[in-house]
Design a protein around this ligand. Structure first.
Ligand SMILES: [Zn+2]
Length: 196
């Protein structure tokens, strides 16, 4: 399968190296970045028992990065921009992203940061129309214990034209590549170890 980047660590088990957040610079919505239970961009699950795959069947893909963080963890804007959408994730095309989500359009990238599974009705919730800087708090993590982060080209894929959440999205940090490099390093280490 062309999308096979297999990444499925346990919740919070895998810190991913990123640059320290700096004011005004792009950053993960929770820092330090840790990949959550659903894995990362274009995950392929190892077995049906690894989790429900919804409409995608099995094996399934995951169009975003789950960033681990216990309930109540501040979630910040990954980029300076504008909150263009917020809601409860209860109905199409945002069903499944609840209990609350925000979408921020980045000033520099022009892309849409979709942050899902936030706690609703908190004072830190960013309202539609708010201007936010990179690192400004836009919500808190819910009891889902992770924030789902997508980077979308459009707010909603053009389903009528055959787009879906995969063709419409980018890997937020190229995390799959980072972990593949880590895996290759581990493989080399194991090879070297056998020789001694
Ligand atoms: Zn997710």
């Amino acid at each position: 399968m062309s999308y096979a980047r297999v990444i499925r660590p346990a919740l919070g088990a895998t810190p991913v190296p990123t640059d320290l957040p700096e004011p005004g610079k792009p950053q993960p919505p929770i820092y330090p970045l840790q990949i959550g239970a659903h894995g990362a961009w274009l995950e392929v699950r190892a077995s049906p028992s690894d989790g429900a795959c919804g409409v995608h069947g099995y094996p399934c893909r995951h169009p975003g990065i789950d960033v681990a963080g216990a309930a109540g963890t501040p979630v910040v804007s990954p980029e300076t921009g504008t909150v263009v959408m917020a809601g409860d994730g209860a109905s199409a095309p945002y069903a499944g992203y609840g209990p609350w989500f925000v979408i921020i359009q980045g000033d520099d990238s022009g892309k849409f940061h979709f942050l899902g599974h936030l706690e609703p009705a908190t004072s830190s919730m960013a309202p539609v129309g708010a201007q936010v800087g990179a690192g400004d708090q836009v919500g808190v993590t819910s009891s889902a214990d992770h924030t789902h982060w997508e980077v979308r080209d459009r707010i909603v894929p053009n389903f009528a034209a055959g787009e879906d959440n995969f063709t419409n999205n980018s890997d937020p940090l190229g995390v799959g590549t980072v972990l593949l490099v880590g895996g290759a390093a581990l493989f080399l280490w194991l090879l070297m170890r056998k020789r001694t």
